[in-house]
Design a binder for this molecule. Structure first.
Ligand code: MLT
Ligand code: ZN
Length: 467
C-alpha cells in the first residue's frame, strides 16, 4: 500500500467520509449480534457510484481488500472485516437516492444504501408495495438484501430478493461501473450476469443500485395468531388454502413454545394474546383483494382452525393489532440475543419434509446437548426454519466444540432430507466450512472459476463464501 493511499481515498470521498479512528470504526467493524470482532484499516462512505468506482480503483492499485457493507444486519459475518486492520470497509449507507419510481412499469430504481423500510414507504406512497420484509428492515439496505438474496416473511407469496430484482448496477474489480438497471421481465440475451451478484455477498463486485419489482398491495389483510398442537396441521391448512384459493397467503410463520418462553423472559411478553400456552404457534397473513372479504375469511379461518384441532386463535381487528402480532414474531431474534450467544442455523427442506426435520432434531437434541435448548421458528410455508441453539441460562457461553457438534447435527439433519444448510442468511465468513462439506464439488469448482474471472486479484470480500 502506498503511503498516500489514505490521502487519495480521502480526496475521492471527502475527508469526513473516511473514518479511521477506533471509535468511528467500531460500529462498522463489529456485527450487530456482537459475535464477530473485526478490525478494519478504515471505513469509506461514498455518496455516488463514481466515488465507489474510484475507491475500488485505488484499492486495486494498492492491493487493499474491500468489505462492502450495507446496514450491517447480516447473520453470517458477510459484511464484517477480519482482524488484520488491512481491509477497507465500503459502507453504502450514504447512497440512498430513489432514482426513479415507475408506477407504469411497477418498479423502482434505488441506490444500495436505501433501507428496506424506506423503499417500502416510497412504494406505498405511490399505491404500490415493495414486498420484501425482514425483522431488520429499518436498518437493512437494498444493497445488502440484493447481495445476500434476502428472504423474510413474504417469500411464500412474492419470492426472495432474487425474484424481486429486475436489474442491478455494480462496480467491478477494475473500477468499471456496470449498469444493468433494465426494467425488463424478459431479456434473453445470453448469461444473466446480474444473478451472480445477487447473493454474491460482495465477493464479485459492489452492488450500488438495483431496479426492484413492485406489486399491487391487497385491499386488506387477515392476520391471525393460533396456538397449535402439530406442525403437520400448519402445513396441511396452508396447502388447503392454496389449493382452494390460489396464491393469497402472504406469510405462514411458525414458532415454538421455546420461542414463546424466550419472549416472556427477555422481551416482556408475559402472555401471548391467546387463552393458553401451546407447543407451537402459527402466525398467518392472508391477502384479500375484495372489500367485504374479511367476514367471509374470518369464518373460513374458524373452520380451518377446527380442522387443525385448534381452539385458540386470535384475529387482528385493526392495523395496530396486526402490528402487535407481528412484533411478537419479529422479536424472537432479539429475545434470543438477550439470552446470550446463540448458535444459529438457517436451513431449508422441501416443505413436505418439515415435520420429519423437526422430529429428527427434537428426538435427540436435548439428550445430546443438555446445556442448551433448541429454539425452532421461521418461515414454515416456504420450508425455511431457524433451528437455533441457545444457552439454558442467560449469559452462559456455549463452548466452541459443543457449538460445532450442534451445527453438524442440525445441518446433517437438513441435508439428509435434501435440504440446504443456508436458506436465506447466506454464507459470509461463518459457513465456509459447511460450503466445503456440503456443496457439490463441481459447483464449488465453478464458483472458484467465476470468482477468479471476475475478481482476479481477490480484492472483494476475501474469506467470505469461498475460502
Ligand atoms: C428471522 O426470521 O427472524 C431471522 O431470519 C432469524 C434469526 O434470527 O435466526
Ligand atoms: Zn428468517
Amino acid at each position: 500500500m502506498s503511503p498516500d493511499f489514505l490521502e487519495n481515498l480521502a480526496a475521492a470521498v471527502g475527508q469526513a467520509n473516511l473514518l479511521t479512528s477506533h471509535d468511528d470504526r467500531v460500529p462498522f467493524d463489529t456485527d450487530w449480534r456482537g459475535v464477530l470482532d473485526g478490525r478494519s484499516l478504515g471505513v469509506v462512505r461514498p455518496s455516488r457510484v463514481e466515488e465507489v468506482a474510484e475507491t475500488v480503483r485505488l484499492c486495486a492499485k494498492n492491493s487493499v481488500t474491500i468489505v462492502p457493507q450495507g446496514g450491517n444486519t447480516g447473520m453470517c459475518g458477510g459484511a464484517t472485516p477480519d482482524g488484520s486492520a488491512q481491509q477497507l470497509v465500503v459502507s453504502l449507507t450514504r447512497m440512498r437516492a430513489i432514482r426513479e419510481l415507475d408506477i407504469t412499469s411497477n418498479c423502482m430504481t434505488v441506490e444500495a444504501g436505501l433501507s428496506l423500510f424506506e423503499a417500502q414507504e416510497a412504494a406505498a406512497g405511490n399505491g404500490l408495495m415493495m414486498p420484501l420484509s425482514i425483522a431488520s428492515e429499518g436498518s437493512a439496505t437494498i444493497g445488502g438484501a440484493v447481495s445476500t438474496n434476502a428472504g423474510g416473511v413474504n417469500v411464500l407469496r412474492y419470492g426472495n430478493m432474487r425474484d424481486l430484482t429486475l436489474g442491478i448496477e455494480a462496480v467491478l474489480a477494475d473500477g468499471t461501473i456496470w449498469s444493468d438497471l433494465k426494467k425488463l421481465h424478459k431479456n434473453n440475451t445470453g448469461y444473466d450476469l446480474k444473478q451472480l451478484f445477487i447473493g454474491g455477498e460482495g465477493t464479485l463486485g459492489i452492488v450500488t443500485a438495483a431496479c426492484i419489482k413492485l406489486h399491487h398491495p391487497p385491499s386488506s389483510r387477515l392476520t391471525f395468531l393460533a396456538g397449535i398442537k402439530s406442525v403437520q396441521s400448519a402445513l396441511s391448512s396452508l396447502k388447503d388454502i392454496q389449493g382452494r384459493f390460489g396464491k393469497i397467503v402472504e406469510s405462514w410463520e411458525l414458532f415454538s413454545d421455546v420461542s414463546a418462553n424466550l419472549l416472556a423472559r427477555n422481551c416482556g411478553y408475559e402472555r401471548l394474546p391467546l387463552q393458553a400456552t401451546h407447543p407451537w404457534y402459527l402466525l398467518g397473513e392472508i391477502a384479500l383483494y375484495d372489500d367485504g372479504d374479511e367476514d367471509i375469511w374470518a369464518e373460513r379461518l374458524v373452520e380451518m382452525a377446527g380442522r387443525m384441532q385448534c381452539d385458540d386463535i386470535v384475529l387482528a381487528m385493526s392495523q395496530s393489532q396486526r402490528e402487535n402480532l407481528w412484533a411478537i414474531r419479529e422479536n424472537i431474534s432479539e429475545a434470543e440475543r438477550a439470552q446470550g450467544k446463540s448458535i444459529k442455523h438457517d436451513v431449508s427442506v422441501p416443505t413436505g419434509a418439515i415435520p420429519d426435520l423437526i422430529a429428527r432434531v427434537l428426538n435427540s437434541f436435548e439428550t445430546r446437548f443438555t446445556d442448551c435448548q433448541i429454539n425452532i421458528f421461521g418461515h414454515v410455508g416456504d420450508g425455511n426454519l431457524h433451528i437455533n441453539a441457545i444457552p439454558r441460562e442467560i449469559g452462559v457461553q456455549i463452548g466452541a466444540d459443543t457449538a460445532a457438534a450442534i451445527s453438524e447435527f442440525v445441518y446433517d439433519a437438513a441435508v439428509a432430507l435434501d435440504g440446504s444448510f443456508s436458506a436465506e442468511h447466506g454464507i459470509g465468513s461463518m459457513k465456509t466450512a459447511q460450503m466445503a462439506k456440503y456443496k457439490e464439488p463441481p459447483a464449488l469448482e465453478l464458483m472458484r472459476q467465476i470468482k477468479a474471472a471476475l475478481d482476479p486479484m481477490g480484492i472483494f470480500n476475501p474469506g467470505k463464501v469461498l475460502t
